[in-house]
Design a protein around this ligand. Sequence first.
Ligand code: ADP
Length: 535
Amino acid sequence: MDSISLVSAQTEILKKTFEKSEDGILLLKGSRISDCNPSALRMLRTNDKQKVLNSHPADLSPEKQADGKFSSKKANKLIAIAHKQGFLRFEWLHKRFDGENFLCEVTLTFVQIKNETVLHAVWREIGDFKLHQQKLEKSIRLIEQKQNHLNSIINTALDCIITINSKGIIQSFNPAACKLFGYTEQEIIGQNIAIIVPSPDKEKHDQYIANALQHPGKTNFLGTIRDLSAIKKNGLEFPIRLSINAVPSQNEMLFCGFIHDLSLQKQLEIDLLQHNELLEMEVKLKTEEFIKAKEIAEQANQTKSLFLANMSHELRTPLHGILSFAQLGLKSVKKGDLGKLERFFDRINISGERLLFLLNDLLDLAKLEAGQMKLDIQQHELKQVAENCVADFEANLIEKQLTIHWQETTGNTLANFDKQRISQVITNLLSNAIKFSEPGQSIFISFSLYDLLSSGRQQKPGLLCSIRDQGLGIPAAELDAVFDKFIQSSKTKSNAGGTGLGLAICQEIILVHKGKIWAEQSDDQGAIFNFAIPL
Ligand code: ADP
């Protein structure tokens, strides 16, 4: 090829490159556009090259650039720099003919052609790319913000938030979980969740996950709230409230568990229950006490009424006797019937004595019950005191042909007591035994040692005196009642004749001696009356 042909071929290549280039190519002479390629026209959205030619770059730009500087001034400045340096690349905001702005990367190169300096400008539109990049950066910033937000929620949550993967391996364990379970994050992450699950769920946990993966939405633990137990690092099992949700992630399904410690709540529930039980018990006790107090008050009221009724009867009977025999006596005086008069006086005397006994008994009992009875406690032989009492009944014993049998297992019968008061007790018991014995029978008086406490190792030594007869006896159900005032056993009621105060007085006397008195049924019918006093 000759040199002419070569030049024309090269010119053709350059022309094609200029025309076919995707980038806009413009030639400037001075600061005015002298030529441009079709891409530059396409970017400016015009087919009319004339509109472009001879214009200043600022004419194809908005009034101001992105940094707020005037396009005309800035363009001249950049051209000057490029001129100086021979080359300059920068971003420039152009304006299409339809009014839309677009961003270009502009490369200015100064080319010397013969004596003329031509400015070669290449425009590469970067508006879309920039916008996309900005959007992407904005999204990343947003995601980062959300991530930070989420992290701070998870890190400051009071409840435990734990995530595991589809193999049950712990992926995250928030600070609340670390604190509650006692593990550090490094220790627990990577462990199987079974480490904090007690049996029997521990063994079934893998199956739970397999089910959740196979039948998503059908498992009974996803999305529900359940009260279960968990295990701390120190092995302590404690109550929790658990809810689990499936969290689909890029590669696999994760499960996020929210755990709330129920220890305090359960403890409060137990405390409340115990408190309620205590309250109920207290109310029950108080009610029982109240009912008992009410019953005692009613009983006392009844006893008082009974006592008054008995009293008026017991007082009236001898008084009536005295008055009626006194009236009869008066009549006999008038008639001068001394025989009758003597009998009436005799009756008056008997009734008077009965009245005196009754009043004495009543006064004794009142004193004893009021705690006003002064005791003269000294050491005495109880058997001797009993023998003296028996001696007082000699006439009655002979009259009824009764025999007294003595029995003593103690060597001596020394004890500390008020002789007069204990004599009163023995006399009363003996008089009852004689009264309720049949002629020819025997009365047994025995003494033995007796433990007044009879509870375990502690002892309170006492002396027991038992008076057993072979008389009528007392029904088992009435053994305690005979010690009440005016109470007579159902067996003796008809032929009683007593006041019904004797045993009540005996009981009071023995109680002020800090002793015990009780009645028993004897094996060969009859009654046994026992009293024990401290040694
Ligand atoms: P009193 O003998 O004056 O009626 P007590 O208080 O001494 O009063 O006795 C109360 C009741 O106990 C007697 O009325 C009698 O029913 C019963 N009692 C007491 N001692 C005996 C006894 N040895 N055998 C059978 N009953 C007895």
